[in-house]
Design a protein around this ligand. Sequence first.
Ligand code: NAP
Length: 251
Amino acid sequence: MTPNLLILGGTTEATRLARAVSEAGLKAVVSLAGRVERPARQPLPLRIGGFGGIDGLSRYLTDNSVTHLVDATHPFAAQMSRNAIAAAARVNVPVAALSRPAWAPQPGDDWQHVDSIKGAVRALDRPVARVMLAVGRMHLEAFAPNRQHFYLLRLVDPPAQKLPFPRAEVVVSRGPFTEEDDRRLIQQHRIDLVVSKNSGGTGAYAKIAAARSLRLPVLMIGRPDLPERRELVSPQQVLDWVVHSGTDLGV
Ligand code: NAP
């Protein structure tokens, strides 16, 4: 059967995969949630917006004769990942995740681990600080209880709503960022704590390296748990899986 992929995207890794898939001449569509105003250009056809839960995604897979589903969403996009596993199982389409290993602390890192956004909010119930809050636009509201802090936010689009805390500054930028850029940003705003999701990958790591070099603590938010799934770590592994699925790697 000629491969026909659906790539759940919205990450640098997904865009890299799309490039590799396009260069390999495979048929594929990239799916985005539609959260950002100007999504990164994709070298493959694009569809935008939710599918309508597990039912909607199952229907999409069947109606479009998708042969392989690749979940290349962000490690914190847990709902989409759970739906992908369930829908693929329902309509018997092989599914794999393009995963990025979580960051691990390096010598010189000063991390406090919390297991969720809620855990980070609890940890911020402390005396006033200047916080770089790198959790993305969707989660800002959760931090409303700790209004005492100054927050430095970096967002892909300007915030659509009033921020839930009185003292904040927004830097609108898509990245990628260098360690030097982030060191400068952190120093300029006299930040004394960085809050970050453990996203893994290279795109968001600059602030972690910058915090290490400035000896600043990082509140590191652990990843949501997901059901067991096939995890691949590079575009090449995905291409190999697509070519071999049904044979040596199995479906
Ligand atoms: P989520 O909470 O797991 O997903 C919520 C719903 O949004 C899903 O059930 C699905 O709606 C829709 N959705 C999510 N990703 C989609 C995709 N690639 N294509 C079509 N529909 C999608 O997801 P999220 O955390 O809001 O992330 C949304 C997007 O932003 C993802 O593409 C993700 O890769 C990207 N992103 C997320 C983060 C993060 O920290 N969460 C960071 C960087 C980029 P239906 O149920 O209607 O299908």
